[in-house]
Design a protein around this ligand. Structure first.
Ligand SMILES: Nc1ncnc2c1ncn2[C@@H]1O[C@H](COP(=O)(O)OP(=O)(O)OP(=O)(O)O)[C@@H](O)[C@H]1O
Length: 217
């Protein structure tokens, strides 16, 4: 399969010792949920995908995105969208300027402004473009983070406990919005979460990460 995100024989070593092994394919618009105990290596897997493994770690295997091997591409060329828990908005920029920060290059100034306005309107924030982000609710901030990320025109989404700072009702709402926009853009999603409800809502397969042990043979 050439479309979507494929982790082909991925193995990440920490100080020379295998930490995790993953073989997985995420078709366009689908969600692969990654769960597992604290410290097992979930964030490390995301760091491998984004090309930002910390010192002491080494990754093997291939990352294939829409048929293209991006394993050796520098981080900024991979075009992966990431949402973290408590994504920070720049406090000295307006909501519109925060969103524009994600904009993929190209287009006239007017075109870029229109893309920001449209994207904010798409998540119900058209009246908030000039606002100071400090005056937004948690759900509104999460929407701005989503818009900023989508404006970068990512080829896949990575979610690292992205909904953890939100209460249950808001969590469901923002999660639905993220999955919906990912489906609409046919983006494969890899979601790291501790929350069983996130996994249920995603509806896709769950990869349970376990501490690596040498095989008995
Ligand atoms: N920058 C780093 N330098 C050295 N070791 C690290 C670094 N970041 C994480 N580790 C270690 O690597 C292992 C995997 O950590 P990781 O953060 O990927 O786990 P996790 O599954 O995401 O945990 P959690 O659910 O608590 O976020 C842990 O043993 C952790 O202590």
């Amino acid at each position: 399969m050439s479309e979507g995100l494929r982790l082909d024989g991925v193995c990440i070593l920490k100080d020379g010792v295998p930490l995790i092994e993953v073989d997985a394919t995420v078709p366009p618009g689908d969600v692969l949920t990654v769960m597992g105990p604290s410290g097992v290596g979930k964030s490390t897997l995301l760091a491998f995908l984004t090309g930002t493994l910390p010192r002491g770690f080494a990754g093997m295997g291939r990352i294939i995105l829409n048929g293209e091997d991006v394993t050796d591409r520098p981080a900024h060329q991979r075009r992966l969208g990431i949402l973290f828990q408590d994504d920070l908005l720049f406090p000295h920029l307006s909501v519109g300027e925060n969103a524009a920060f994600g904009l993929a290059p190209g287009g006239s100034r007017a075109d870029r402004a229109a893309r920001v306005s449209e994207a904010l309107a798409d998540v119900g924030l058209s009246e908030f473009e000039a606002r100071d982000p400090a005056t937004l609710s948690g759900g509104q901030k999460a929407r701005v983070s989503l818009v900023r990320m989508l404006l970068s025109e990512p080829r896949a989404l990575l979610l690292d406990e992205a909904f953890s700072g939100l209460d249950a009702a808001l969590r469901a709402q923002i999660r639905g919005l993220v999955f919906d926009r990912a489906r609409a853009r046919a983006l494969p999603v890899l979601m790291v979460t501790h929350d069983a409800e996130d996994a249920r809502a995603a509806g896709g397969p769950v990869f349970e990460m376990e501490a690596w042990r040498p095989s008995a043979s």
